[in-house]
Structure formats: structure tokens, C-alpha cells
Write a new protein. Structure first.
Length: 477
């Protein structure tokens, strides 16, 4: 067994990662997929994916070449989780064919999407020849240089990926007004996402999938091999496209906002963004790739792209039925490489908890916000360093799915004004009062600009855009 070593030693001992192949088939009502990855000569991995209750008649009408292409691509994004164990210099693709432009696309996704992984593991990913992606010669022979056979959908329904947070809830509730069929889509469903889907009254149309990591991956993580953040939203994008193909669904409405475009820290002169696969840059690049290599008729976009996080929170505050259900704390879902079960409770200690608390407080006040988190985070002195990081007072923005630094500062300011009206006094807000809130007019202007903002950098279809614009106008009143 290979012993854990520093990155340079690991890359020398594991110079190659191989995407060997994939298999798929129908078992009962489920679509089953398995992949074959290798880090020769030491490791092999066989992760699995199950998409439940597929429409068998629809699936049987899809050509094998189309399914092959979609499944092959899901394997390409799946391999990131296994490649990162040793970060081999070479990736050998044997499962299918990629053109040179496709290889360049995947290389850029890996280098941008794995930025946090490189930063936290102190890896210089900017070195020349850091990564090489090659397609096996056999794939070139079999491809006959033909264009891929694209998948087609004819429906007009909307797939909405649902986690457990406020953003997908807002998307679900807003899109119900369009009177189109909505498919709430949940990967590895837990209690939180289940209750949210049922509460949305869209449970009858839910689509469920399960992702099963190879247990060897978790074992090696526990033994000290490289671990870290992977671009999960990119994985979910490729999986959602496959789901749309199987269920004849036209639109994929993600819930990524404009705030995701802001990075966290510079590393080797490159901006590292924890949320890269939620950015507008990734959205555009994925849309182009989708149309060229997978399907021209599936429409991928983010419904909330024109808005800041704080605007989304304001909309969410109008849906009190979800207050006891939603959970935006990523710590609550972590398993520490399989060593513990997710708590599915707000931890009250992470940047995400503090950002959501501060964003909700101006609209809900002390009682309702505290009921959600079971404590008042503004009185927790240990959270002051996180508050400073969120507001941009430190070099590095927290590696979490939070709003822009200016949004956090605006949220603390609006919370302070709410606290003044409630005649209350909280530790964290007192810090900001002492150091920043003397600039009241400036901060109020910032807050109002954020709450009334709209970005034209979006890919919303006209009917979706009109719906969201009307909601923003309503909130101004």
C-alpha cells in the first residue's frame, strides 16, 4: 500500500490517472451507472450513480450512442473526486473520445474548479506541464472523427435541483407561478430536502438520484491522502443534463446568484473561488459546451443569477412555512470522510450560519431569526473573526457559499438598524457600530443599491426573467 507523502512524492509515485470505462443499464425502474477509474499500479475505484423511477418508454427510445455520450461525460466530472487523492500529472481518457477543444475545456474546469483544493494543499497548479489530459489512441480510431450524436428533448418542463437551502426554495416557489410542470430534483435525498419538496406541493413530480462514492476513496482520505473541495455544482450540472434527457425535460433552473462571482483569495496570482462552478463564467462555458457536445434542446441557466444573496434572503423571508425546514449550513451535511453521520442541524459556528443569520435578521427580527438557529449568533464573541472575514476586513474571504463582502457589511448594518428599533444590544453589532457604522448614510446607500440591484449578465428565458423582475419591483414597494 502506498504511504501518504507530500504532494511532489505522491505525483511521482502516481504519475497517471485513468478513466478506464463505464457501464449502465436499467434495473427495475432505476437507471444504474458505474465508472471504472484507476491510479495505477496502486488503486482502482468503482463509484456508482442511481437515477430512480425513470420513464422506461422514454429511455428505451433514446439511442445508445446518445446515452453513451451523456454517461461518459458524467464520468469525466466524477473523476475529479478520485484524481485529487494524488493529483497525478497525466489524465488518460480511455472511456470515450474528446476533441482538442474539449480537452482544453476540461483542463480549464479542473484548474479553476479545484482552486480551493490547490490552495489548501499548498499545490502550485500554475507550473508548466502541471496537468496533461490525453485521449487514448483507441478512442481516436473508434471515433472516426465524427461529431457526437446529440440528445433531444421535446417537453417544456423545468428541472429544479433542490438541496436544503433558501435559494432553491425561492426558485421553486417563484417558478410555480409560470404554470409549467416542475420536477424538483434531489441527489442523495435527506430529511431536509425531502421535507422542502413536500412543503412545496411539488412532491408528486420529484426525481431522486443517489451517488455512491467508492469506499476506498473515504479510506484513503482517512489515511491522509489528499482531500479537499471539488466543483460539486459542475457535477450536478452534468447529472441534471442526463436527468433531463431521461425525463424529457427542457429547462434546468439552478439557483446560483451573482454573488458567487466574487473570489476568496489570490494564490500564485490566480483568483481562487470556492464557488467557481456557480459563477456566471462557468454557466456560460457550460451552456456552450452543452449545446455543442450534448444537446441543443436542453436549456441550462440559473434563475437567480441577476440577484445578490441579500435580495434572495428578502424574498425567502416571505415564505415562513419553510423557516423550520431549510438548512443552509454546510457543516450540517459533512461526514468527515464517512467517520460520522451528518447532523442536519445549524452548527451556529461557521461563516455560512453567520452570513445567513445576519442576512435574515433585518427582515425577520430577533425572535424569528433566533428560533431558526436556536441561538442569537450576534452575541457569540467567538464569531468575531468570521464576521471580520465576511465583511472583507481580512485578506481571505471564507471558503463558503456566502454573499459578497459588501453584502455582509450591508447585512450587519441593516441588522444594527433593526436592533436599534428593537432596543436591543448585541456584541458583534457593537463592534461594527464602533468601527464602521458612523458611515451611516454611505452604508444605507450601499444596502439599498444591493437590495434593488439587477444584473443583465444572465441567461434567463424571457418568461422567467419577467417573473423575477416583477418580484424585485414588488419588493421595492
Amino acid at each position: 500500500m502506498l504511504e501518504p507523502k507530500k504532494i511532489n512524492t505522491l505525483r511521482k509515485q502516481c504519475p497517471k490517472f485513468v478513466y478506464e470505462g463505464y457501464n449502465y443499464g436499467i434495473s427495475g425502474n432505476d437507471f444504474l451507472i458505474s465508472f471504472n477509474f484507476q491510479i495505477p499500479p496502486h488503486f482502482s475505484f468503482s463509484p456508482e450513480v442511481k437515477i430512480k423511477n425513470i420513464p422506461s418508454a422514454r429511455v428505451s427510445s433514446i439511442k445508445k450512442e446518445v446515452l453513451d455520450n451523456f454517461v461518459f461525460h458524467l464520468g469525466l466530472i466524477e473523476m475529479f473526486s478520485y484524481w485529487k487523492l494524488c493529483a497525478p500529472r497525466k489524465i488518460d481518457i480511455r472511456a470515450g473520445f474528446l476533441t482538442k477543444p474539449q480537452i482544453a475545456w476540461w483542463k480549464k474546469l479542473l484548474l479553476n474548479g479545484m482552486g480551493e483544493f490547490f490552495y489548501k494543499n499548498k499545490i502550485n497548479f500554475t507550473k508548466e506541464n502541471f496537468l496533461e489530459i490525453k485521449v487514448a489512441s483507441l478512442c481516436y480510431k473508434n471515433s472516426k472523427k465524427q461529431k457526437p450524436l446529440l440528445g433531444k428533448v421535446t417537453g417544456n418542463s423545468v428541472l429544479v435541483p433542490v438541496g436544503g437551502g433558501k435559494d432553491s426554495i425561492v426558485t421553486l416557489e417563484m417558478l410555480k407561478k409560470l404554470k409549467r410542470k416542475i420536477y424538483p430534483f434531489s441527489l442523495s435525498q435527506n430529511r431536509v430536502s425531502k421535507e422542502i419538496i413536500e412543503c412545496s406541493s411539488q412532491g408528486k413530480n420529484k426525481i431522486l438520484a443517489e451517488r455512491k462514492l467508492d469506499t476506498k476513496l473515504l479510506e484513503l482520505n482517512r489515511k491522509g491522502y489528499l482531500n479537499g473541495h471539488t466543483p460539486f455544482s459542475a457535477y450536478l450540472a452534468f447529472l441534471s443534463v442526463l436527468v433531463c434527457l431521461l425525463f424529457n425535460c427542457k429547462h434546468i433552473a439552478f439557483s446560483n446568484e451573482r454573488s458567487a462571482n466574487e473570489g476568496n483569495v489570490k494564490y500564485f496570482s490566480r483568483m481562487i473561488n470556492h464557488q467557481y462552478s456557480k459563477t456566471f463564467d462557468f454557466e456560460n462555458r457550460f451552456r456552450n459546451y452543452l449545446k455543442k457536445y450534448l444537446s441543443k434542446s436542453i436549456n441550462y441557466f440559473s434563475f437567480l443569477r441577476p440577484l445578490y444573496e441579500i435580495q434572495i434572503v428578502k424574498i425567502f423571508s416571505k415564505f415562513p412555512k419553510y423557516f423550520p425546514l431549510f438548512l443552509s449550513c454546510n457543516e450540517a451535511f459533512k461526514t468527515s470522510s464517512g467517520r460520522k453521520k451528518p447532523t442536519l442541524k445549524w452548527c451556529g459556528k461557521c461563516p455560512k450560519c453567520l452570513f445567513v443569520f445576519a442576512s435574515l435578521y433585518p427582515f425577520l427580527g430577533a425572535k424569528k431569526t433566533t428560533q431558526i438557529f436556536h441561538k442569537n449568533l450576534f452575541n457569540d464573541k467567538s464569531l468575531l473573526p468570521l464576521a471580520k472575514q465576511l465583511a472583507g476586513l481580512e485578506k481571505t474571504k471564507p471558503f463558503e457559499c456566502v454573499g459578497e463582502k459588501k453584502e455582509s457589511l450591508a447585512a450587519f448594518y441593516l441588522s444594527f438598524k433593526k436592533v436599534e428599533r428593537e432596543s436591543k444590544n448585541f456584541y458583534l453589532l457593537n463592534f461594527f457600530k464602533k468601527n464602521f457604522f458612523h458611515k451611516g448614510a454611505e452604508l444605507n446607500f450601499l444596502a439599498q443599491r444591493l437590495l434593488n440591484g439587477w444584473s443583465e449578465q444572465n441567461n434567463l428565458p424571457k418568461s422567467f426573467e419577467k417573473l423575477l423582475k416583477n418580484e424585485v419591483k414588488r419588493l421595492k414597494k
